[in-house]
Write a protein that binds this ligand. Sequence first.
Ligand code: ATP
Length: 331
Amino acid sequence: MAEVVLNGISKSYGDDVALDNVTMTVPDGSFVVLLGPTGAGKTTTLRMVSGLDKPDAGNVMIGGRDTAGLTPAQRDVTMVFQQYSLYPHLTVRQNLEFPLKSPILQTPQAEINRKVGEVAEVLQISHKLDNKATALSGGEMQRVSIGRALVRQPSVYLMDEPLSSLDAKLRSDLRVELKNIQANSGATLLYVTHDQIEAMTMATHVGVLDNGKLVQFGTPREIYEDPVSVYAASRLGQPRINVLPAGVFGGAPYNAQSIGLRPEHIIQGEGEDSMVTRVERLGDQTRLHLVFKDHDIITVTDAHTNLNGGDIVKIRPNNPYYFDATGARVA
Ligand SMILES: Nc1ncnc2c1ncn2[C@@H]1O[C@H](COP(=O)(O)OP(=O)(O)OP(=O)(O)O)[C@@H](O)[C@H]1O
């Protein structure tokens, strides 16, 4: 396994700046999740590491080796795409065996059988091993393509929203499995997702990309508890952080333009009146929708709450965040 270092990577497609001077270290054995909305540069980052595409400036080091000019195979990286890529005329077993059958690896058949069996079990596709790849559902095909990556032990796994096509139950099973595989094998993973639960549960580190710039890199807790900007703060947390004009509760720093309130920053039962517009019971969380001085706020409350729409609840902020006019955190 290996550390990956991106040094000042920039990449444009025509006038479109996909990456702007990104410097980031993916530590050996870490699970790094890249977060950001569509177009932030997440996939482009993976393509730079994989060697599928070349940076305009900067370099990528894998395991201390400059990768300039190296093919994806020479870099010893394995990539899993959002959309499955299988050999349709082969069975599931043959698809899974394929990466191990390379003449360079010379893997003994018994070892191939063991590895394929193990991966099929983890991905819950053992019963489909002899099916043609075309006779699978979309979610099954995606599991096989993840499996094709997992049978190998490359220096680095690169995964681009590999779970996004799966149903909720399978997604949560595979979150746990991928995390276990990474933790037990010491693999280095660079992983792209829109799904903040994946980021919070699997990542050892999160990189937040904004318009091709890496704006924060840290543990999921650091990004959640100590965001550098309103943009970074908005990437994690459900319900999303509430952003209101800074002075709405009084006591804001002079340079603050907005106040950011996560549910834990809102004390209920003290302070000023707000009105309940809706109580939303999600099972694992009960959300309270409030209107405070014409501003909507969503927070969480006790599962056994007796509150209803139209009720009045007092609220006050407790250690909120403040951001300046550019969105940068000032307190
Ligand atoms: N092959 C390409 N040709 C032209 N423009 C591209 C190409 N690849 C990426 N871009 C542009 O570069 C920017 C970053 O794209 P990228 O795919 O890295 O974003 P992303 O964060 O992965 O988004 P998504 O979540 O939608 O996959 C976008 O503006 C995109 O339109």
